[in-house]
Design a protein around this ligand. Structure first.
Ligand code: SF4
Length: 225
């Protein structure tokens, strides 16, 4: 049997390793286990501080990124940019390495995905976003100090709004825009901030530059002062 590169580290409220709520994604995982037996090929747990002020929500694991390494944004270009930016703004301890077996820890930030299993062609469907939402809600409920959520891309932005039962028309996605959401879960006064996803495609096309991404983190840092 091929040894897997890394083992997932689950947090309270994460999806179980054998979650089968999405038939299409469960079948895709099984296919990928045959094709890439050394990859993780399961629901990727959240990573970081269990009680953070900042929660980062991405779309879904990349095939050869988090789907391989069992850690969000680890092993592909999006992770190179995200973890470098987190390090620059003082949110990390240790040095990020692409296989995830680096001992890296995050300070005051937790990273998760709106959909935790890798989707075919990197495209999720609404049913899968709905199926996976309870795990995002768990994460929010477990984070008593949470103040701000960074949505990486439109799908994550919409998923956060749906999580809070808010109208999408009232909060239009815009890069580096702050959206105060108000007291929407218990006594939490959450603000949402948007960024274009830090994917290779977005940086290659210069929809998102390093400066633009760092501007978002500058705004977050000022917000949390
Ligand atoms: S995407 Fe989420 S809900 Fe769907 S099977 Fe994976 S962990 Fe379960």
């Amino acid at each position: 049997m091929t040894q897997k590169a890394v083992n997932p580290v689950f947090m309270p409220g994460d999806a179980p390793e054998d979650c089968t709520l999405c038939p299409r994604l469960t079948a895709f995982r099984a296919e990928n286990r045959k094709k890439y037996p050394a990859f993780y090929n399961g629901p990727v747990p959240s990573f970081g501080d269990a009680d953070p002020e900042l929660l980062i929500v991405g779309l879904a694991p990349g095939m050869k990124g988090a789907n391989q390494t069992a850690r969000p944004f680890t092993g592909d270009y999006a992770g190179d940019l995200l973890y470098a930016t987190l390090a620059k703004f003082g949110y990390t301890s240790g040095t990020y390495q692409t296989m995830g077996n680096d001992g890296l820890t995050l300070k005051n930030v937790l990273i998760t995905n709106a959909v935790r299993c890798v989707p075919p062609q990197n495209k999720t469907i609404a049913e899968e976003e709905n199926n996976c939402r309870p795990f995002l809600i768990n994460q929010i409920n477990n984070s008593g100090r949470l103040k701000i959520i960074l949505a990486l891309g439109l799908v994550a932005h919409k998923s956060v709004l749906t999580t809070f039962g808010l109208k999408k028309s009232a909060f239009k996605f815009a890069h580096n825009a702050l959206h105060p959401l108000g007291n929407v879960i218990g006594d939490k006064n959450i603000t949402l901030i948007d960024s274009y996803h830090c994917s290779r495609y977005n940086t290659n096309t210069r929809r998102l530059t390093v400066d633009m991404f760092e501007d978002v983190f500058r705004k977050i840092q000022n917000f949390l002062k």
